[in-house]
Write a protein that binds this ligand. Structure first.
Ligand code: ADP
Ligand code: LRH
Length: 489
């Protein structure tokens, strides 16, 4: 039995899973879960990376207390684009900024004065967006030139944490592609672009492949946690890449959806599709575990619901998942629609009010009750996914026959059923812990326990069950889609 620790850090929560592999079946056990969210300080938003690291150590201690002393390795996958900067002596220079920080838009504006969106896209295949690493770095040049001057090494979040564990500084392919600083044709950092933007190239070290064993846990960590050294592995460090690696994808014409704070929807392609059409529809191309690409749209996901619930909780009215589902089912269907990807939803102070304001602005009756607001979110999200699916079919020239959904968000069964209804496709949902499973498979591949990604998918099919949702009420959803398009365009 091979045992590995998979840390999966999401924008709403982090978790440690113990994965055990007996040569045929993979089993996962949740050891520790902790909430995560961007921390506001004055007008900036940061990740409390040391607190996150502390929670990860709590996870290891819990696991050891359960008797898991024979674990051989650990790996980390996280949300995309964010990073930490190290000084030449290897110290973390500042708390990493969160991609939700609204001031990153300054970086985007500055960059677009020097290079067009089309040129940026044709080099990286990444949708220009203020959250991207490139914009954060350019924005820092304006507000924190001291940081850029002192920075010796840039490490993306999973790679930064691997450095905390192992002392080895190494970025990894999948997470590097999210930066917009990776040149997909040159298969390396875009040094020409870095020069043009006057961002120091020395921060960017060599990019490692997913499945690289970096080294072992530091002696200081082993002592502190009273554990034997374990290997530290660069798996597919981007959570979405790890999630795709763990979806069964048994139909070659299936699209994937990784569902959590975001909903990433796409298909696998060998090379990026970086046409102007793909750009105008907001598609992006990010790396996969086997160093190909995901042509996908980064859609707003359950963030909208999370944020509404935060506001209601602040007002003393917290909703359980069961209560929320009862309210949604009771609310009248299709009263009003929002474009979930409207920039005003990226980080509003009051999400329910923002949704109502969107409906007013577009001449629709605003949803009033909690159930109406949540229903409006789920209907609008899933109708948007239909739009994305149609555009994906157009860009790839293929017909998508079914959808494989994974991630924590699939526990919302209404989301899964509405996705089937809106897209008129069969939905296969599972596994829930897709990213952590993909992370574990990445470790087993690196350790030579699994030969290739095909074998990894066989193991997923054998080890985890999925739930099928068939499309329902197609005529009603077709009519709703027409209204959705009229109201959100
Ligand atoms: P992330 O990785 O982005 O932090 P997850 O993949 O963990 O997010 O998904 C978390 C989201 O999944 C929650 O915000 C919530 O909307 C949804 N979710 C989690 N558990 C349930 C549940 N039991 N019922 C309905 N929705 C759930
Ligand atoms: C989802 C995700 C997504 C984006 C966003 C910043 O967790 O990784 O693919 O990159 O975070």
């Amino acid at each position: 039995m091979k045992k590995v620790w998979a840390f999966d850090l999401g924008a709403s929560n982090g978790r440690l899973m113990l994965s055990s592999f007996d040569g045929r079946y993979l089993e996962i056990e949740e050891i520790h879960r902790f909430p995560n969210k961007p921390i506001q300080l004055t007008d900036r938003y940061y990740w409390d990376i040391l607190h996150i690291f502390q929670e990860m150590k709590v996870g290891i201690t819990k696991s050891l207390q359960k008797g898991h002393t024979d674990v051989v390795s650990l790996a980390v996958d996280t949300w995309g684009v964010d990073f930490g900067l190290l000084s030449s002596s290897g110290e973390l220079l500042s708390n990493p900024y969160s991609y939700r920080d609204p001031l990153h838009s300054e970086g985007m504006e500055g960059i677009l004065e020097k290079i067009t969106r089309e040129e940026l896209y044709s080099r990286s295949g990444i949708e220009p967006s203020s959250i991207n690493t490139i914009c954060q770095l350019y924005g820092m040049k304006i507000r924190r030139p001291d940081l850029i001057e002192q920075a010796d090494t840039l490490l993306f979040t999973p790679n930064l944490i691997n450095y905390f564990f192992s002392g080895v500084k190494a970025n990894e392919f999948t997470i590097s592609t999210t930066s917009q600083l990776y040149h997909f044709k040159n298969k390396n950092w875009d040094f020409e672009l870095l020069e043009k933007l006057n961002i120091p190239a020395k921060m960017f070290n060599e990019i490692t492949k997913p499945g690289t064993i970096l080294g072992s846990t530091l002696e200081s960590i082993n002592k502190e946690l009273r554990m034997n050294p374990v290997k530290v592995i660069n798996v597919a460090g981007h959570d979405t890449a790890s999630a795709l690696a763990a979806l069964p994808m048994d139909n070659p014409n299936a699209a994937f959806m990784s569902c959590g704070t975001w909903v990433l929807m796409g298909v696998k392609v060998q090379e990026p599709i970086a046409s102007n059409q793909a750009l105008s529809w907001g598609f992006t191309n990010e790396g996969t575990i086997d160093q190909e690409y995901r042509l996908q749209k980064n859609n707003m996901g359950l963030w909208l619901m999370q944020q509404c619930k935060t506001v209601w909780e602040r007002d003393g009215d917290s909703l359980s998942y069961e209560e929320e589902s009862v309210l949604i089912k009771k609310a009248r269907p299709f009263t009003s629609f929002i474009n979930p990807d409207d920039p005003t939803f990226l980080h509003p102070k009051n999400m329910p009010a923002q949704i109502q304001e969107y409906c007013r602005r577009t001449g629709q009756k605003p949803p009033e009750t909690k159930g109406e607001i949540l229903r409006c979110i789920l209907e609008s999200l899933t109708l948007k996914y239909r739009w994305v699916l149609e555009k994906l079919e157009h860009l790839t020239g293929t017909s998508i026959e079914e959808i494989n959904m994974g991630g924590g968000g699939i526990q919302n069964q209404i989301l899964c059923q509405f996705t089937a209804n809106a897209t008129k496709k069969k939905v296969q949902a599972g596994p829930i812990e897709a990213s952590a499973i993909g992370n574990s498979l990445g470790q087993l591949l690196a350790l030579g326990e699994i030969a290739n990604i095909q074998e990894a998918r066989e193991i997923v099919r054998r080890s985890f069950s999925t739930k099928v949702y068939e499309p329902k009420d197609q005529l009603t959803w077709d009519q709703a889609y027409e209204r959705f398009l009229q109201n959100v365009n």
